[in-house]
Design a protein around this ligand. Structure first.
Ligand SMILES: Cc1ncc(COP(=O)(O)O)c(C=O)c1O
Length: 371
């Protein structure tokens, strides 16, 4: 399938099968010109038990490097709220859904090296899928990234570059390396194929709920890859007439690093970058300057949802509460439950929260004295 990427800001078009990773005009992220039609529920019976069961919605065929990602369980937390256990993906986070797409694309392009930058989980996922696909890989992470994530990246054989400074400094270092010859920049932020992997989270929900979606989807947002993937899937299902009502997308940020939630509250389309954000246990969403900010704000607004912030204490409470229910997730993985559980801001008759990173990757969020 020969597809085109385009810049959502200025319309510049680029063939999808190239190493160009951003818009040459405005330097922004690219989207994929691809609007597939999902199959009706009954035609899914008997298909492979991974995200590749939604083949007609995926821009690449199932690659040899698949690790069986997707098809994660949905379990009830309360009468209204279900949790989707995306930490049960092969590398223990939802990023596998997008990483397999980028490794598949890289295999086709045959670069000398694959580069990724990450707060940990995306880098781990890219490292694993590159190992599987026998692609040389370098992962840039910020200093302070959880030791277990670093261990996992190294174990997959990737070269690890620990960058002094925050996630922004890490992204800058990776972007410089990405412009070198023969490099495929497996950016979960800039490369739109990633979003066509994460969208399978919603296709699965739709299938598991018998052909419907909940009233509200609560989603953690740093760079917004799960949220934007979810918005893509909702649009596909709605356009195909397979749902008649779109769910509200509720985006959750840590109060310590909340550029999008602040813009939302100010009624603005522009984020104001905090040069010195406070530390947060939710390292996966500590993104001060997300390149897809406008798209994320628009997707939440168009869905009828809202932005929410959670404090460090709420994150730790939620993590402990989930553990008391048998679910040990990493601190970032607890933020949606923190926004939803008793006293949280997200309500509704049917709500799904993702638990999207495993607890053993980070351990418990630190106790600041009030838990
Ligand atoms: C466990 C977990 N949840 C949520 C996120 C946020 O994803 P995004 O930055 O794409 O919004 C991440 C990102 O690394 C993560 O690791």
């Amino acid at each position: 399938m020969s597809l085109t990427t385009y810049c959502p800001a200025d319309g510049t078009r680029i063939p999808a099968g190239s190493l160009t990773w951003r818009c040459p005009v405005c330097q922004g992220p690219l989207d994929l010109d691809y609007s597939p039609t999902p199959s009706p529920l009954k035609s899914l019976t008997g298909r492979t038990s991974s995200m590749w069961r939604y083949a007609e919605c995926l821009p690449l065929p199932r690659p040899d490097c698949t690790l069986g990602e997707g098809r994660t369980p949905l379990v009830p937390l309360t009468a209204e709220v279900d949790a989707k256990l995306d930490f049960l993906n092969p590398t223990l986070s939802f990023k596998d859904r997008g990483a397999v797409m980028l490794a598949a694309l890289a295999t086709r392009l045959g670069p000398e090296r694959v580069i990724a930058d990450s707060s940990g989980n995306a880098g781990t996922a890219i490292a694993a899928y590159c190992a599987r696909a026998r692609l040389a890989c370098t992962v840039y992470v910020p200093e302070g990234t959880s030791a277990k994530k670093l261990e996992q990246i190294r174990a997959h054989g990737a070269r690890l570059e620990v960058v002094e400074g925050d996630r922004e400094a890490t992204a800058r270092a990776a972007r410089t390396a990405a412009d070198e010859d023969g490099v495929f920049y497996a950016s979960h932020v800039y490369n739109p194929y990633f979003l066509h992997g994460t969208k399978t989270y919603v296709h699965e929900l739709w299938e598991d709920l018998g052909g419907r979606l909940p009233e509200s989807l609560v989603l953690p947002v740093g760079n917004g890859t799960l949220l934007l993937g979810a918005a893509l899937a909702v649009a596909e299902l709605h356009h195909a007439g397979l749902i008649d009502r779109r769910p509200a997308l509720h985006a959750v940020q840590s109060a310590a690093v909340a550029p999008l939630a602040r813009a939302w509250q100010a009624g603005s389309d522009e984020i104001v970058v905090d040069p010195a954000p406070a530390p947060t246990a939710a390292e996966g969403i500590a993104i001060p300057n997300p390149p897809r900010a406008r798209q994320i704000l628009r997707a939440v607004r168009e869905s009828g949802g809202a932005f929410h912030t959670v404090t460090e204490d709420q994150i730790r409470h939620a993590q402990l509460d989930l553990a008391s229910r048998g679910l040990y997730v990493e601190s970032t993985g607890a933020v949606c439950w923190a926004a939803t559980r008793e006293g949280g801001a997200v309500g509704g008759r049917s709500v799904v929260v993702p638990l999207c990173g495993a607890g053993l990757k980070t351990g418990l969020a630190p106790d600041h004295g009030s838990v």
